[in-house]
Design a protein around this ligand. Structure first.
Ligand SMILES: CC(C)(COP(=O)(O)OP(=O)(O)OC[C@H]1O[C@@H](n2cnc3c(N)ncnc32)[C@H](O)[C@@H]1OP(=O)(O)O)[C@@H](O)C(=O)NCCC(=O)NCCS
Length: 144
């Protein structure tokens, strides 16, 4: 049986291992233990993990800025994909956001991640062609 539950900081090592093994998920300095602890504290109850027996096989981070929601780092272990786990994780995060009054959310997807693009479109998410994402690195570390 696959169970979904809120992520805690104790899940950090297993979540990072899952993310590192997932093509299409970028792990940066911004995913350090201190940064993830801060993220979970600022966005309580909006990030989730999926477990099968005692193995962590899925994760998603959810948060908001008071206005729009953002999801990140969705990953499902390869041997558990196409069983509805990704959909369940997204549904839990969106339900948590909706409970806080956040009704529209965004996700960044690498443009060459065709599987993820198909997944998000299957779930009804709309690919934006009217917006360009700009980023600014306020440091000398390209991996910040
Ligand atoms: C993208 C990912 C999270 C999907 O997780 P998943 O558990 O396999 O997805 P689900 O089983 O919940 O699929 C939900 C729907 O999307 C469809 N779907 C999932 N992956 C798909 C793919 N690669 N191509 C086409 N459709 C896909 C499923 O068929 C399903 O449709 P259905 O409900 O009509 O049957 C998973 O493939 C993954 O971890 N990929 C590597 C990391 C990654 O790219 N993460 C996304 C970063 S934005």
């Amino acid at each position: 049986m696959i169970a979904i539950r809120p992520m805690t900081f104790d899940d950090y090592d297993a979540v990072l291992a899952l993310m590192r093994g997932a093509p299409g998920v970028a792990v940066r300095a911004a995913d350090s233990p201190a940064a993830i602890q801060r993220y979970l504290t600022r966005n309580p109850g909006l990030s989730f993990v999926a477990e099968s027996d005692d193995r962590l096989i899925g994760c998603i981070f959810g948060g908001h800025d008071g206005r729009r929601g953002s999801l990140l780092h969705l990953a499902v272990a390869a041997d558990f994909q196409r069983q509805g786990v990704g959909r369940r994780l997204v549904e839990r995060a969106l339900a948590g956001l909706a409970a806080e009054g956040i009704l529209k959310s965004h996700i960044d997807v690498f443009a060459d991640n065709r599987g993820a693009i198909a997944f998000w479109q299957r779930l009804g998410w709309v690919k934006r062609d009217d917006i360009c994402r700009f980023s600014f690195n306020n440091s000398s570390d390209p991996n910040v």
